[in-house]
Design a protein around this ligand. Sequence first.
Ligand code: MSP
Length: 621
Amino acid sequence: MEKVFYVTTPIYYVNAEPHLGHAYTTVVADFLARWHRLDGYRTYFLTGTDEHGETVYRAALAAGQDPKAFVDRVSERFRRAWELLGIAYDDFIRTTEGRHKRVVQAVLEKVYQAGDIYYGEYEGLYCVSCERFYTEKELSEGLCPIHGRPVERRKEGNYFFRMEKYRPWLLQYLKDHPDLIRPEGYRNEVLAMLSEPIGDLSISRPKARVPWGIPLPWDEGHVTYVWFDALLNYVSALDYPEGERFQTLWPHAWHLIGKDILKPHAVFWPTMLKAAGIPVYRHLNVGGYLLGPDGRKMSKTLGNVVDPFLLAERYGRDAVRYYLLREIPYGQDAAVGEEALRVRYEADLADNLGNLVQRLRAMLFRFAGGRVPEPVAGEELEAGTALLPRLRPLVRELRFHMALEAVMDYVKALNRYLNEKRPWELKKEDPEGARAVLYRVVEGLRIASVLLTPAMPDKMAELRRALGLPEPGGLEEAGRWGLAAPLPLPEEAPILFPKEEKPLKASPKEEKALEQISLEDFAKVELRVAEVVAAERHPNADRLLVLRLSLGGEERTVVSGIAQWYRPEDLVGKRVVLVANLRPTRLRGVESQGMILAAQEGEKLVLVTVDGDIPPGAVVR
Ligand code: MSP
């Protein structure tokens, strides 16, 4: 079999900020891309932003911005988001790019010339947020089934694509390719859609109403309907039709989408491809909805979004990735939230995996001279080499949660093995035997780390460093025993998955004592007036600002979580109160030398400043 893998995410509308729902599909795509890359496939991972259409146009107007400036800004937010989640895409396409517009126009021209596009009048019920017309039947209690908003009755001159003509062909194609749409439930939904006429597809909008789009090559008065434009990103990014990437990658295309956009991908897209003479993609993989804490689909409109960056800041990006992949059976709806993430983090990552690495390191230092011992046969732990052949089909069939569960079960078996063999006792009579036990656990962790790398790339690299293991040359190394070489361990290794100290609940008596402190206690805190001389956004955290403070003779850098309330440029010149003798700490990579005081109530926050003219450096008492 040719080892080529091409994976895509939907291209995201730039009218909303990225949330956990978007992040989920993108993390799944990144996992698949990393898995295949590590497995020696020529891999191409495409994501991007969908920037045309009425909703985006209106959002730009509402923001008081020129549409181009608006889409540039929000598209950049998606790029940043993916950077923060460790998404290693190969290409990021934007539908406002020249390379994309050229392909859209070429395909339109081709389909028009072939006689599959005609002019007509359309009347229907339109949801502006979805950018589409609905039939009465599709509405839910008269409202848009996705947004729960009223729809508008609209009539206008449009060009139509003869989609209905391709219905029998598509039905047959689905029957001949039973694994085209997965999981199967969605395939059945599409078969049901195709059992009745699907009608023709309106593929243009009058430019007078929606000026923000790609003009039709034969009629400048109309722009391309956003779906006809957007779907083509999957081939425009490959330089269709002549590009080498198109030729090589396209037959192996896996699309990943959310179930909300099943019809465009399962009905519009294959019929468009057929009309344009392009073969159909290999798989359409359909994910369920992530539900907000209220049990409804997470969306900006409903205001129930969970912010992936906040979670990544608190738990680390690899924990967020692991959580999404481990917790959600692909294809199903799932309620997600911080509490469930914390439970997974503590049980699977901190207690099962991270703790084992710590214990093992301690033992290797105590009775193996701080090195990985000499390789030995694997005993029962050699079963780890059988994980890879079990996982390969699970991953190809999108059962990520089961794949990760299997690896974590193996890590549990490593913990059990260590506890049963008790090398700390064994070492007295049989030091060789004790070292062999340690070797097997190191080797088991090496295997687990290779298999977990696509889900947690950073943390697994850290784990290998902590145990003196090299980076894997390929996924197949998880299928072999005895690769860990007797190398020294680094003296220091950070705790892989640190647990936050839970605030101990004080007894009522202790609480009383906590309420009051002595003057000496208070005097330990050194408070000083400081002037903000410079301020900027933190390079790695949206909620943080990095301030440069003058204390008269001395300058300090302080990282402060006030980005939500203050713009950097408004802070310069302010005199604030600094806790000057706080132990320095690194916040997302920047050292913070102290803390500034602020008053907060609920959502409101203001900085504590001084009342009157007093030079920076003055002591506050
Ligand atoms: N621009 C179109 C897609 C064009 S693809 C040629 C679009 N964009 S979107 O930003 O509104 O949504 C894109 C995708 O984000 C959804 O299909 C889905 O994959 C993901 N999700 C957005 N909210 C989601 C949840 N609450 N849950 C799971 N995924 C969701 O549609």
